[in-house]
Design a protein around this ligand. Structure first.
Ligand SMILES: Cc1cc2nc3c(=O)[nH]c(=O)nc-3n(C[C@H](O)[C@H](O)[C@H](O)COP(=O)(O)OP(=O)(O)OC[C@H]3O[C@@H](n4cnc5c(N)ncnc54)[C@H](O)[C@@H]3O)c2cc1C
Length: 455
């Protein structure tokens, strides 16, 4: 068997599907192996009883041309929906109340989110010395540059919302490279933001932080379904068990409904989470498999609840809210799904997607469903003001949700570069490589394909 164009793609999440799609388009014979019965990985949309639920990502940002072009190429342009204008308003919980995040200098000066000393401290940021060392935690970085209150009431809830993580353990350089680069390149975040914007304007580029948020009329799974339909061979219920290298070829042991078999490939792209990847690498490089296996994925429960609109006691005029750890509440935050995108709840109902657990309270994510429901309803009642009970509830527990780019993660990222350099034909794509978002996962697949194509 020496068809140079035969490639195995392990895992059919967004990373594996994109990899397979682009390789197939370039004339490769691709076989995708997926352990579950579902293509899309954590991207799961469900339509039931007039409700549309996203049980994994609810949206993503239009951060790259690669992503935008792919969506167009899949003829999904007409199904794309941008987040409602109202959703630019976001809330942070302070002293048990939803407090809007200031979006202008004037509202920043007026906001009760930060005290006057904290506001003055923030304005001193350009005069702070750069942080020391190449790899410090986000909490240390932010506390040094922007102060403790900004860490507690802006960065801590933001990180809970994106990573379900803790700024005390996440690496600034690996997890927030743009923020890190602002200090490195300009000596200050504020100066960097202003000068960077001017430079981008000169180059006629759009700022990444202005990237538009989008989903699809029928949820995020529209994207992965469209990819799935265009890929010739996806073997479901098929788990990759072992990968070995012999005479420049890869022997991949897979286990499917009909038992185990070993197949040969010239090239293999691994698109599975690191906890599934590590066992595959034990024959190739046992030493490197160990730190890869140790990457932490906290548990997260996604709790979708819907209520009668008439029972909601405040105007739902935003994206939703995030909760700082210092507020000591039982959920991480909540997205007002039916405000954000059309078609999420039937007429007269509103829908909330709440997130529970993460590194902050992993035990909460594992509560029995009835307790989880009660906990979320209690928090929504108290924070939003809701009189009646939910008319619809759906819960999805992700035992290992999102990889944490902790301090030291740069070394993990370097392992993948090294393995690719040492083992011709072996590639890695996924949310563990260059960022955790859907957009970053797409880019990681694009990069793997470019390498295979020798570009
Ligand atoms: C609850 C939640 C909310 C999120 N919200 C957002 C958001 O709003 N916006 C955003 O941009 N991102 C969000 N993310 C992150 C983003 O969705 C993911 O990082 C991204 O979708 C991961 O894609 P992936 O292909 O790398 O991995 P996965 O989706 O994990 O796919 C990996 C696939 O590999 C398969 N597999 C595993 N082991 C094997 C094996 N041995 N053999 C064969 N197959 C195997 C799995 O079954 C799975 O299908 C969220 C993630 C979660 C969990």
């Amino acid at each position: 068997m020496s068809n140079q164009n035969r490639v195995a793609v392990i895992g059919a999440g967004i990373s594996g599907l994109c990899t397979a799609y682009w390789l197939q388009k370039n004339g490769f014979e691709v076989q995708v192996f997926e352990q579950s019965a579902h293509a899309g990985g954590v991207i799961v949309s469900k339509q039931t009883d007039g409700f549309l639920l996203d049980l994994g990502p609810n949206s993503t940002l239009e951060t790259s041309e690669v992503l935008s072009e792919l969506v167009e190429e899949l003829n999904l342009g007409s199904q794309k929906v941008y987040a409602n204008e109202a959703s630019s308003k976001r809330y942070i919980v302070k002293n048990g109340k939803l407090t809007p995040i200031p979006m202008s200098l004037l509202s920043f000066l007026k906001t009760p989110l930060f005290s006057w000393p904290a506001k003055l401290r923030l304005l001193q940021e350009p005069f702070r010395k750069p942080t020391l060392g190449d790899d410090i935690s986000l909490a240390d970085f932010v506390q040094h540059r922007l102060g403790r209150e900004f860490l507690d009431y802006a960065i801590n809830p933001f990180v809970a919302g994106v990573y379900a993580g803790d700024p005390r353990s996440l690496s600034t350089a690996a997890g927030f490279p743009k923020l890190y680069a602002l200090e490195k390149n300009y000596g200050s975040l504020i100066r960097g933001a202003i000068l960077g914007a001017r430079e981008r304007k000169k180059r006629k580029e759009v700022a990444k932080d202005r990237a538009k948020m989008f989903s699809f009329r029928n949820g995020m799974q529209t994207f992965t379904d469209a990819l799935k339909e265009r890929i010739n061979t996806i073997e479901y219920h098929t788990t990759a068990r072992r990968l070995q290298k012999k005479d420049g070829q890869f022997e991949l042991e897979i286990e499917g409904t009909e038992g185990k078999k070993t197949l040969e490939f010239n090239q293999v792209v691994c698109c599975v989470p690191t906890f599934a990847l590590a066992p595959l690498l034990t024959d190739i490089d046992p030493q490197q498999a160990e730190p890869i296996a140790a990457v932490h994925y906290p548990s997260v429960a996604v709790v979708y609840t819907a209520f009668k609109e008439a029972d909601i006691q405040r105007e739902l005029d935003g994206f939703g809210f995030l909760i700082p750890e210092v507020e000591k509440r039982d959920i991480l935050g909540s997205i007002w799904s039916s405000v954000l995108f059309p078609n999420r709840a039937p007429e007269g109902c509103v829908a909330f997607t709440s997130f529970v657990g993460g590194t902050r309270q992993p035990e909460n994510a594992r509560l029995p469903d009835d307790e989880l429901e009660a906990l979320v309803v209690r928090e929504l009642r108290s924070l939003v003001g809701i009189s009646g009970g939910p008319v619809f509830v759906r819960i999805k527990k992700w035992e290992r949700a999102i990889p944490q780019y902790k301090v030291g993660y740069k070394k993990i990222q370097a392992i993948f570069d090294k393995l690719e350099a040492q083992h011709t034909g072996l590639y890695f794509a996924g949310n563990y490589r260059r960022g955790i978002s859907v957009g970053d996962s797409v880019l990681s697949a694009h990069e793997a394909v470019e390498k295979i194509l020798g570009r």
